[in-house]
Design a protein around this ligand. Structure first.
Ligand SMILES: Nc1ncnc2c1ncn2[C@@H]1O[C@H](COP(=O)(O)OP(=O)(O)OP(=O)(O)O)[C@@H](O)[C@H]1O
Ligand SMILES: [Mg+2]
Length: 567
């Protein structure tokens, strides 16, 4: 029995230049001798067989990278040999040597999975070397591909639960092992079998025989974990003292035990055993294991990190991040609106100011003229019309001025329910004559807010007026529903109507100054921008939700008044 670590030379490994095992199959001893001599001189490890059956026996016991087989042999010919060895080891590369065969036979061989063919007698041995080397490379590439598959599997999931069965399945296939297990290190360092796959190819979690965990330093896996050095074990284990009392392990003919190490920390151990095949594990198997064990270690490490995450905390963080993002978006929206309001406010102030003086003149003169005696009825009517229209102009200008000189609201604690009632009384008559019902449900715990009652009343009036105007064409069931409630430390008021509704395109513009869909003389488009400004000055928000033909809802949120705010 031999135990080696990666630093020492394995028993079956040549020391010379080229690495790999080759099987030469030919019924002519001369050819076998020639190829064996030449290929060995290149550094390869070469075995020979004089017929197909013999070759097959060797392939069952041993692992070869490349087979060079004669095409025409007694009993089992080259094609049959190719088929049979590929069934045992699908990854082995087979080169067909053909002396008598036609090109068609060679093509058939290639179709059946031969790597290439070469003409006998060999005119130039260098050609044979080149072909063998290429076949070796292809074989190597296949091994790398298998390792790549492990890497891919490692990145498909972070959960060990899902990952380990996949990994041991792949390891078993790549290493041509009869059983594979992965042991993971417990917090106290003991190694516990986490996953196992045996002859039935059915990956299982935990040890197959309920084996207790191994203490560090115990048996080979414990020693490997302690020293962080891998081991290849070749030969029957019966007499090995490390396996005393473990009869199930005596069946094993060859083993690789590899530590899963990351950042100098041992996370576990991979065990791969060959039981059926007499072919021992070689250093080239060890190379594959080295690569994919580093992947497995990384996966175990990631999975452990993942398992340590506190999900509730994570969810909470995501939620807070979401909230912060939403607030940021709202603030951005508000900033945009404020900028728009400020720019238009300046313009409006200028225009309003310029118009105010001539308008005062018109109003004054109209008033004077109206006091004149001797006006006929028509003249009086015209003058009254001038006076009324000018007054309307003054109202608009006042609105504009109010909008542009937005004063800091004078603040006091306000109960919203009575303020709303007062406002409704003002519009009651108009609503009644328009046939609009007002329904209100104001919760008793609606908190007071801190602000300017006149300004808030103007907000309610603007919303109510807009709602009434939106329901003008409606024959029946015209209704506005006002709702007030406390929500997350805020007073939330909603004004919902079943009027015309607002198109999606217009909805984004309704808070813009001078945006109106009403005919000239009916609306200036200032109501909602003034409303927006007032709500903003009260540190609140206003938004609208609307569907054409169904109606519109305005939602105002104002911070609840906390008495110390007053100071
Ligand atoms: N409840 C509502 N239903 C349907 N459309 C509405 C409603 N409220 C506002 N709108 C739309 O938003 C536009 C802007 O409203 P805003 O109050 O700012 O101006 P206005 O009512 O047109 O004019 P003003 O209020 O200055 O007399 C309106 O012209 C209308 O198209
Ligand atoms: Mg309006």
């Amino acid at each position: 029995m031999t135990t080696t670590d990666t630093n020492s030379q394995a028993t079956d490994e040549p020391v010379k230049k080229k690495i790999g095992r080759i099987l030469v199959v030919d019924d002519e001893p001369g050819i076998c001798d020639l190829l064996s001599y030449e290929l060995s001189s290149q550094g390869y490890d070469v075995l020979t067989a004089s017929n197909g059956e013999e070759a097959l026996e060797l392939v069952k016991k041993d692992r070869f990278n490349v087979i060079v087989s004669d095409m025409k042999m007694p009993k089992m010919d080259g094609l049959e040999t190719l088929d049979a060895v590929k069934k045992v080891d699908p990854d082995v590369e087979v080169i067909m040597a053909t002396g008598y065969g036609t090109i068609e036979t060679a093509v058939t061989a290639m179709k059946s999975g031969a790597y290439d063919f070469i003409q006998k007698p060999f005119s130039n041995i260098q050609e044979v070397f080149a072909l063998v080397e290429k076949a070796m490379e292809k074989r190597e590439l296949k091994a790398l591909l298998a390792v790549y598959e492990v890497s891919k599997a490692v990145f498909t999931s972070v959960k060990l639960h899902d990952l380990l069965p996949v990994i041991i399945g792949l390891s078993k296939r790549i290493l041509r092992a009869d059983e594979v297990s992965i042991m993971l290190a417990e917090p106290d360092g003991a190694l516990k079998v986490a996953a196992y796959i045996g002859a039935d190819d059915d990956p299982r979690r935990g040890a197959p025989d309920g084996r207790p965990p191994l203490s560090p330093g115990d048996r080979v896996a414990g020693k490997v974990a302690l020293s962080k050095e891998p081991a290849i074990i070749v030969g029957p284990l019966e007499k090995d003292p490390r396996f005393q009392g473990v009869p199930s392990l005596r069946r094993i003919k060859s083993s690789i035990v590899y530590p899963l190490v990351l950042e100098n920390q041992v996370l576990g151990v991979l065990n791969a055993n060959r039981i059926q095949s007499d072919a021992p594990f070689t250093q080239s198997d060890m190379q594959s294991v080295t690569i994919f064990c580093s992947q497995i270690a990384q996966a175990v490490y990631n999975a452990r990190l993942y398992e340590q995450l506190d999900y509730e905390q994570l969810e909470d963080k995501v939620k807070r991040l979401d909230d912060a993002y939403r607030r940021l978006e709202e603030t951005q929206q508000q900033l945009l609106q404020t900028e728009k309001l400020a720019a238009i406010g300046q313009l409006a102030a200028g225009v309003a100011h310029e118009l105010n003086n001539p308008l005062t003149g018109i109003l004054g003169f109209a008033q004077l003229l109206l006091q004149e005696e001797g006006l006929n009825a028509q003249q009086r009517e015209d003058l009254e019309s001038i006076y009324k229209q000018s007054q309307r102009c003054r109202q608009i200008i006042q609105n504009l001025l109010q909008f542009s000189h937005r004063k800091e609201p004078k603040k006091e604690a306000i109960q919203l329910a009575p303020l709303l009632e007062q406002t409704l009384q003002l519009v009651q008559y108009e609503f009644k004559t328009s046939g609009v019902d007002i329904i209100r449900t104001v919760a008793e715990d609606l908190p007071p807010v801190f602000g300017d009652p006149n300004q808030l009343q103007q907000v309610f009036l603007n919303l109510l007026t807009n709602a009434r105007q939106a329901m003008e064409g409606r024959k029946k069931d015209a209704r506005i529903t006002i709702d007030g409630k406390r929500q997350a430390g805020k007073a939330v008021l909603t004004f919902q109507d079943n009027g015309t509704g607002i198109s999606a395109e217009n909805l984004s513009k309704i808070f813009d100054p001078f945006f109106t869909t009403k005919p000239v003389g009916k609306g200036t488009g200032l109501g909602l921008s003034i409303t927006y400004g007032i709500v903003q000055q009260h540190k609140g928000t206003i938004r609208a939700d609307s569907h054409i033909g169904q109606g519109t809802t305005f939602i105002i949120e104002l911070p609840a008044h906390v008495p110390e705010q007053e100071s």
